[in-house]
Design a protein around this ligand. Sequence first.
Ligand SMILES: NC(=O)c1ccc[n+]([C@@H]2O[C@H](COP(=O)([O-])OP(=O)(O)OC[C@H]3O[C@@H](n4cnc5c(N)ncnc54)[C@H](OP(=O)(O)O)[C@@H]3O)[C@@H](O)[C@H]2O)c1
Length: 311
Amino acid sequence: MKKIGIRGFETEQPAVVVGCMRQAGFTDHPFSAQEMNHFIHTALEEGANYFDHADIYGIGRAEQVFGEAVAMDPSIRREDLVIQSKCGICRGYYDSSKEHILEAADGILGRLGTDYLDVLLLHRPDALIEPEEVAEAFDALSVSGKVRHFGVSNCTPLQISLLEKYLGQELVINQMEMSVVHAGMVAQGVEANMTTPGSADHDGEILNYCRLHGITMQCWSPFQISLKDGTFLGNAAYPELNAELSRLAENYGTTPAGIAEAWLLRHPANMQVIVGTSNEERLRELIRASDVYLTRQEWYGLYTAAGHILP
Ligand SMILES: NC(=O)c1ccc[n+]([C@@H]2O[C@H](COP(=O)([O-])OP(=O)(O)OC[C@H]3O[C@@H](n4cnc5c(N)ncnc54)[C@H](OP(=O)(O)O)[C@@H]3O)[C@@H](O)[C@H]2O)c1
């Protein structure tokens, strides 16, 4: 499986992150701890030991079940897992106050049954953010050993710069929605200085910013048109893209989803892809597909098949 370097980590980390939003969280059929345990073993067998959580997934249930799944099984050692979680989304508002971050971190640690998080992210930009307070919270979490690395999610360059002016720690991760279909971050650059829809700047050139500052981008919803519109895989609205995904999947001995993932991992920003499947076979295939390295022609072919233009 492909691995990448992340600033501040002593060892390289898996390019495929196991997203934990759905299995025991936001789903109509939540996993039991036993099922989650089996799922974790499958990920670990394939070398994927980096797990992404958030306190809001299933309103705490995702973390709770994960914690139980680990606690029931002495063969899963905490030091072999990289556990990332996020805080700051509350029901009906966002909260990045010191008090909330500290309380949320304790809640996350309690549910996961661990005394430290490898990474804590602020889940969404908070319009009322007071960076001095975030700095105090991060300092306290860092000094107490409760959190080893910090990052953000869904942030623009200036939001990151504003925070970093006050923080004593580096922000090492920015998690953003990205797929071959949801690729505005790429299109904006390719269509620079044009009046085409793709040229619109929706994120302040966050991709270039992260590359410049050594912040690892993590792509969430890699197979979705958007969270509300569902997947583009096998979706009749994307015939050209699906034909190209299937053709390349056959050439490379993987699945169309594996090729959609490889499209993200081929980008030289050295991003991680957070996959959200609850299906163990799909998970295995996706972890294995991280070794697929697309040619430029294949990468641009997928890009245009997804509906983006080359000026
Ligand atoms: N920071 C943020 O704001 C944010 C927001 C959303 C998510 N996230 C993180 O990103 C992770 C991934 O998000 P996501 O779950 O939306 O990503 P995803 O991997 O694009 O979507 C997974 C969903 O697609 C379905 N799917 C259908 N066909 C598939 C196929 N052939 N291969 C793989 N999946 C297929 C899966 O169903 P099956 O389970 O049946 O395979 C599952 O319901 C989450 O778990 C979470 O950790 C972060």
